[in-house]
Design a protein around this ligand. Structure first.
Ligand SMILES: *Cc1c(COP(=O)(O)O)cnc(C)c1O
Length: 412
């Protein structure tokens, strides 16, 4: 079996009680996902097509192309069922759990996007599903709590700590340690102990497998650059995977610069989520990777206007590809991300998720040499879930390209 490391990163830093679960999962990953035992991959492909709506289009964005003097193509993961790329992974893992003979699915969620994708996949495959969510997050994300419950999932609020994602992850790990025989834990990004980072990348790499074939079909060539936003890194790894060996294709991971790149040591927070650009090595959630830490090596809370990018760590393989110089990390602050949100909405008629808006906004900062003459940008999700935050955040600042926010009174 592989060691599950990417250079100095990755590994399995977990309590002894979880090792049997990881070994069993590693074995299942190798047999079903890598070797297609029992036709697992064919089953997955059929379901992600008929239930998920794949393939998603690769769309030539005419206004952006004119603006940047390069052909800009959008890989439209916002059109996947559920409105984001997350279903690729959630459906893959729930299906794998079924092949492994598991009877129950658990997951953790912060803003609720991964929880809703997992609940959808579990309903589709007729598996009971329990989603742990910090109490504070359940109050902030009521529509997502309801979506999960509509799909038959149980949402369990976690009251410890600050009541956010970090505590929800600990609670899910605790559940898993005592229920491994019957239960699979669906991790939502390319993070966590081996084999999760490799397995989640493989499920998400459908994005670049399609995009690579589509651009060859539509433009008769490979792109000069691929641009994708990075939180934990599953959209990024999915968008990059099939291009990593194409040396001539430049890969850009766009992180959330938040309100500042400086860690606030006194408050123990980083007002950003730029772990690739500013983080240092450490261990979080079972893997060695790049993390936001203070001078004493304490992991600090992250911040971003976009909840999906708001994470103190990042996938180990992405950290490795950055160290190797294959992936270039860049970042965009909250203000510019909002401008990116309004720009894609106005110029192309595509309302992006706030996470995606970071990647869109970076096109403004990029040099012509970085972008080259042909760009593929993944629209990781649609922005409907973010409209309330966008109204609030746009009203707070001067976003030059935003529509008038108060025309109807009442804040709109
Ligand atoms: C969750 C999410 C992200 C960030 O997660 P990754 O694992 O980095 O992909 C990005 N975009 C959207 C739309 C999301 O829902």
């Amino acid at each position: 079996m592989s060691t599950g490391t990417f250079g100095r990163y990755g590994g399995q830093y977990v309590p002894e009680a979880l090792m049997p679960a990881l070994e069993e999962l590693e074995d299942a990953y190798e047999r079903y996902v890598l070797e297609n035992e029992d036709g697992f991959l064919d089953d997955f492909e059929e379901r992600i097509r008929d239930f998920g709506g794949r393939p998603t289009p690769l769309q030539h964005a005419e206004q952006l192309s004119a603006r940047y003097g390069a052909d800009v193509y959008l890989k439209r993961e916002d059109l996947l069922h559920g409105g984001a790329h997350k279903l690729n992974n959630a459906l893959g893992q729930v299906l794998l759990a079924k092949y492994m003979g598991k009877e129950r699915i658990i997951a953790e969620t912060g803003a609720g996007q991964h929880g809703t994708a997992t609940a959808m996949a579990a309903a589709h495959l007729d598996m009971p599903c329990e989603v742990y969510m910090g109490r504070r997050d359940t109050n902030r994300q009521r529509p997502n709590v309801f979506r999960m419950r509509l799909n038959g999932a149980t949402v369990t609020p976690v009251d410890t700590g600050r009541g956010t994602l970090k505590e929800a992850i600990s609670e899910t790990m605790r559940d898993w340690a005592t229920t491994v025989e019957t239960t699979h834990y669906v991790i939502g990004s390319v993070v966590g102990p081996h084999p999760f980072p490799a397995m989640v990348r493989d499920f998400q790499s459908v994005i670049s497998r399609e995009a690579r074939a589509q651009i060859q079909e539509q433009a008769g060539r490979l792109p000069a650059s691929v641009v994708a936003c990075a939180g934990g890194g599953s959209n990024t790894m999915g968008a990059f995977a099939e291009f990593v060996d194409d040396e001539e294709v430049a890969l850009f991971a766009v992180e959330a610069g938040g309100s500042s790149l400086q860690v606030d040591e006194a408050a123990g927070v980083a007002p950003n989520s730029a772990s690739l650009s500013t983080g240092s090595e450490g261990v979080l959630h079972g893997a060695r990777t790049k993390l936001l830490q203070d001078g004493d090596g304490q992991i600090v809370e992250s911040h971003s206007v976009s909840s999906g990018l708001d994470y103190s760590g990042v996938g180990p393989e992405l950290a490795y590809l950055v160290d190797e110089g294959r992936v270039t990390p860049v970042n965009v602050d909250d203000d510019d991300a909002l401008a990116g949100f309004h720009r894609l909405s106005q110029e192309e008629g595509v309302i992006p998720a706030l996470e995606t808006a970071h990647a869109v906004a970076w096109l403004e900062d990029a040099t012509p040499e970085q972008l080259g003459d042909c760009v593929v940008l993944t629209v990781s999700g649609r922005g409907d879930k973010d409209l309330e935050s966008v109204i609030e955040e746009t009203a707070k600042r001067d976003v030059p390209n935003a529509p008038e926010m108060d025309v109807f009174g009442g804040g709109l």
